[in-house]
Design a protein. Structure first.
Ligand code: VL7
Length: 135
């Protein structure tokens, strides 16, 4: 049975976010702001339909998808690219492939105890984030 990701999650660790942003081509000034942020994930899950909101004081980013259905993702406010994105279950992990200009781009979510884990990949960079359910 797929895991339940729904809820509000607060970031507690963020490893190599800088490397990920450089690989995405984010400019220096934006990286200086972005690295100070403490994102919150608000996830709505209804069967195989998801909305993931990444909320910060600077910018927000929302994506909605159905498992196994490729869609055009416009990463507005991030690197402003267009990707052909698809998210699949791999056991209880959510695995996204973002096909486009950047090689090896995608992300994986999984749950460990009361933690939401996220690996963000772009080119040769991996950013690892951990979130905890907010009270
Ligand atoms: C989304 C940010 C850095 C640009 C602004 C920083 C704004 C937050 O793809 C992501 O999440 C998936 C999985 O949960 C669902 O969409 C990560 C944030 C990555 C990358 C780009 C810096 C400018 C930060 C909106």
């Amino acid at each position: 049975m797929p895991a339940d990701y729904s809820g509000t999650w607060d970031i507690v660790s963020n490893e190599n976010f800088e490397g990920y942003m450089v690989a995405m081509g984010i400019d220096f000034a934006t990286r200086m702001i972005a690295k100070m942020l403490k994102p919150q994930k608000v996830i709505e899950q209804d069967g195989d339909s998801f909305t993931i909101r990444t909320l910060t004081t600077f910018r927000n980013y929302t994506c909605s998808f159905k498992i196994g259905e490729e869609y055009e993702e416009v990463t507005k406010g991030l690197d402003n690219r267009i990707c052909q994105s698809v998210v699949n279950w791999e056991d209880s992990k959510l695995v996204c492939v973002q096909r486009g200009e950047k090689k090896n781009r995608g992300w994986t979510h999984w749950i460990e105890g009361d933690e939401l884990h996220l690996e963000l990949r772009c080119e040769d960079q991996v950013c690892k984030q951990i979130y905890k359910k907010s009270s």
